[in-house]
Design a protein around this ligand. Structure first.
Ligand SMILES: NC(=O)c1ccc[n+]([C@@H]2O[C@H](COP(=O)([O-])OP(=O)(O)OC[C@H]3O[C@@H](n4cnc5c(N)ncnc54)[C@H](OP(=O)(O)O)[C@@H]3O)[C@@H](O)[C@H]2O)c1
Length: 216
């Protein structure tokens, strides 16, 4: 059993992740912004922690993180323009990393982005800015002493998970369901041999526990 702090717990991936972690018997702390979210998080068995990444400071967030084994960052503001990307995916990630270091949380799992995602569709300057922010924050995390794991998923879908994925250092771009991303993150939290590594993740045919074990 692990004590896991999930940042982005109310999102499409984060919500699935907390359910997966709780089903494994973990003690899950879930960052959320609105009071309504607190009730739902408590109902599924998570401990709600209210806070906004754009308002918290390092000491405050470190206070919430203290005693946790792992922090998982699945927060993001991909469709809200460059300022939101800078604030949440950029400064928010750095804040969470700094807070984990301050609190002595040893392990940090970051849900980043697949470098080749949608590059054939010319989605414009805001999207390119978003991708640059995600990469810059991967650089920030990898420069720390934390036991970090970075997962870079292809395009996220709401398809029902298959329980199987493709996971590797360099793989062809494809999509992947939020169910399977969450299951992969949960497995990564519990696989200590997955250590200071960056992995790309898409739909695939390898059972998730096997895919994570193969990546160690
Ligand atoms: N979409 C894709 O195809 C794709 C591909 C690769 C990677 N990704 C990455 O995967 C991440 C997770 O995807 P998703 O589908 O789970 O996203 P999502 O449903 O939009 O969830 C984003 C989460 O971030 C939280 N958040 C946003 N701003 C915040 C703030 N200021 N303070 C605290 N929390 C904040 C949201 O909280 P609220 O509930 O309060 O809004 C929510 O919990 C994305 O953000 C992106 O970085 C996405």
């Amino acid at each position: 059993m692990a004590r896991v702090f999930v940042i982005g717990a109310t999102g499409g991936v984060g919500n699935r992740l907390i359910n997966q972690l709780i089903a494994r018997g973990d003690d899950v702390l879930a960052l959320h912004r609105s009071p309504e979210q607190a009730r739902r998080l408590a109902t599924v068995g998570a401990t709600p922690v209210q806070g906004d990444l754009t308002q918290l400071d390092t000491a405050e967030l470190a206070g919430h993180l203290r005693g946790c084994d792992t922090a998982v960052f699945t927060a993001g503001a991909p469709d809200q323009g460059p300022a939101a990307a800078d604030a949440v995916d950029g400064r928010g990630l750095a804040l969470a990393v700094d807070a984990a270091l301050t609190a002595g949380v040893p392990r940090f799992v970051h849900l980043s982005a697949f470098p080749d995602a949608w590059r054939d569709q010319s989605l414009g300057a805001d999207f390119e800015h978003y991708m640059k922010v995600k990469r810059r924050q991967d650089v920030y995390l990898t420069a720390t002493s934390l036991d970090w794991v970075i997962i870079r998923p292809g395009t996220l879908t709401n398809a029902t998970g298959t329980g199987s994925v493709r996971l590797g250092a360099a793989i062809d771009y494809d999509d992947v369901s939020r169910d399977d991303v969450a299951a992969t993150l949960a497995e990564a939290v519990h696989q200590p041999r997955l250590h200071r590594t960056i992995l790309e993740l898409t739909r695939g045919t390898t059972p998730i526990a096997q895919a994570v074990a193969d990546a160690t």
